[in-house]
Design a protein around this ligand. Structure first.
Ligand SMILES: C[S@@+](CC[C@H](N)C(=O)[O-])C[C@H]1O[C@@H](n2cnc3c(N)ncnc32)[C@H](O)[C@@H]1O
Length: 170
């Protein structure tokens, strides 16, 4: 495989990509899901280039110039629900360690001065049992975002940019 510049660390259905097969990007996810699995969205599929766990990335340090990290953001979901099937779900007991490990791994495989884009969302219905606030997430991350932008009808999604500056958090 040609060397890729960009890593999508949990690509899911690649819904936010303008070009779903960007030639400079390596798409990974912990699972694949064939089209036709979800009744609501029969065309939806998860077909990563490589099945891999973002908590243990099998790449050398400083392999990518840009990493995008959009992990599942809801916990305590019914594992059989269509939202869980489409977006994955967080383990209610281990989510802090899982997100921290994922972030640390994304950071490790990022080149110096590389950019990490981290996307976080709250659910549309504000259910405290499954929602995790931005403040809670920022508390567990080892680096601070440079800036972020909220989007969505109810502004429940935020995109944040981090730069790996040598000498900063590793
Ligand atoms: C919010 S979705 C990503 C949506 C995607 N960005 C898009 O544009 O469609 C989160 C994805 O993280 C994946 N995931 C969950 N745990 C993971 C892990 N430990 N390693 C890699 N991927 C994981 C899920 O399978 C799910 O596809």
């Amino acid at each position: 495989m040609d060397k890729k510049l960009i890593l999508d660390a949990c690509c899911g259905g690649r819904m936010f990509w303008f070009e779903k097969n960007n030639p400079n990007t390596l798409y990974i996810d912990i699972r694949s899901l064939p089209a036709g699995t979800l009744n609501r969205t029969p065309k939806f599929e998860i077909q990563p280039d490589i099945i891999m766990d973002f908590r243990k990335l099998n790449f050398p340090d400083k392999s990518f110039k840009l990493v995008v990290f959009d992990p599942p953001h809801l916990k305590s979901l019914d594992l059989n629900s269509w939202i869980a099937a489409k977006y994955g779900t967080l383990n209610p007991k281990t989510w802090r360690d899982d997100i921290r490990q994922g972030f640390n791994e994304c950071w490790r495989v990022l080149e110096d001065y590389g950019i990490l884009i981290f996307k976080w969302s709250k659910s549309h219905d504000n259910r405290p049992k499954r929602d995790i606030s931005l403040q809670e997430i920022l508390k567990i991350l080892p680096a601070k975002p440079l800036f972020g932008h909220s989007s969505g009808n109810k502004l429940n999604t935020i995109w944040m940019a981090f730069m790996k500056i040598p000498g900063g958090p590793q």
